[in-house]
Write a protein that binds this ligand. Structure first.
Ligand code: GN1
Ligand code: MG
Length: 344
């Protein structure tokens, strides 16, 4: 969908309209993003999708709170903060659309595809560093931008609910997949134990650790993490697990030829080594023991989220081609099988 940028934005951000050169940027589906060239400077302009994030001010408040903390405690840490409007706000609302502008990090690039174990190490280290730098930050100050986002117990309930009330025809088509995912419900049961275990700590957690949320320099060194929309209190298994979900296999969740799904062992080790190079000393013994579980947790959660949405007629993710969510659920199920084999 094409979207026009309202002209009032330039005035409110104190920019000369004639000098701004906007172009659509990146491949995000949830928010709209543009790169703005502005003289010798560059910025990112982005909307927030209200259907996914009902409270954009919660996102802005979280970013402001940790920006303030990091500036005081770790002034050398590169943290990208939104440009303020003329009246000092972190966002601008025009006709019920929420906009924010971030400075474009100079000489940086984001990757859509992860190519080497070194890149995996770099990215994992950067996400670990982010949580480590915030170790002294009181998590209770963070607002919840997406309630129960990575709550596997809730995702399990939503899955069971879709089995009861979802589309019957789709249920028949997905019969095999449904049975297999039900057989994996021990993954949810382990999560139920984790949330009762005081040795698992809630920490400031990114919750979207895909490779395109890390910026790299021209030498492929990671510079910083971006996209803090889902920054909330969470467990380390969310961040480490989503890296395992998205970094270990050479093909993505969209691949329909499941024979291509493999786990690259050297990437697996690099993700763990990179993350633990920062977070290893922060994690408790019980948390360290749950490292292999992290990937299982995230892949399983994603499989049931895709399948739930398929049974619910794609109300959440939408569907760009027929059976997209069914294919993605099947893909994640195969990946889960490979991950489970790895930890036996
Ligand atoms: C959504 O569209 P994207 O990649 O930003 C989803 C993630 C899923 C991902 C799976 C807010 O993220 O949790 O892992 O799709 N984000 C939200 O493709 O639901
Ligand atoms: Mg995101």
């Amino acid at each position: 969908m094409d979207m026009k940028i309202p002209e009032i934005i330039w005035k409110e951000y104190g920019m000369d309209q004639a000098s701004v050169l906007p172009s659509v940027f990146g491949n995000g589906l949830i928010n709209h993003t543009w790169k703005l060239l502005y003289g010798s400077e560059a910025y990112i302009l982005q909307t927030i999708n209200l259907l996914v994030f009902p409270d954009p001010w919660a996102i802005a408040s979280n970013i402001d709170a940790i920006a303030h903390y990091l500036l005081e405690q770790h002034p050398d840490y590169l943290f990208v903060t939104p440009k303020k409007t003329k009246s000092g706000a972190s966002m601008l609302v025009v006709n019920d659309v929420y906009y924010r502008i971030f400075p474009f990090v100079k000489d940086s690039h984001a990757k859509l595809v992860l190519e080497t174990p070194e890149q995996a190490f770099e990215a994992a280290k950067q996400f670990g560093l982010f949580t480590k730098k915030l170790a002294g930050f009181d998590c209770n100050q963070l607002k919840t931008t997406l309630p129960k986002f990575h709550d596997l117990v809730l995702r399990d309930q939503q899955f069971l609910n879709a089995l009861d009330h979802g589309n019957q025809e789709r249920k028949n088509l997905a019969k095999d997949l449904i049975e297999k995912l039900i057989a994996y419900r021990f993954i949810t049961h382990r999560f139920e134990q984790i949330i009762k275990n005081p040795n698992f700590k809630l920490r400031p957690t990114h919750h979207d650790t895909k490779i395109s949320n890390v910026l790299f320099d021209s030498q492929d060194k990671a510079l910083c993490v971006i996209d803090l929309d889902t920054l909330m209190p969470g467990y380390f298994i969310s961040d480490l697990g989503d890296m395992m979900r998205t970094y270990l296999c050479p093909i993505s969740e969209e691949e329909a030829d499941f024979s291509k799904i493999i786990i690259r062992k050297e990437f697996y080790q690099s993700v763990i080594d990179g993350y633990c190079s920062e977070m290893g000393a922060e994690l408790s013994k019980d948390e360290l023991d749950a490292i292999p579980y992290a990937g299982q947790f995230m892949v399983y959660m994603q499989a049931i989220r895709f399948l739930t949405d398929y049974l619910n007629m794609d109300v959440y993710y939408g569907s760009k081609y027929p059976n997209q969510n069914l294919i993605r659920a099947g893909n994640q199920l195969v990946l889960l099988g490979k991950l489970l084999e790895l930890s036996i």
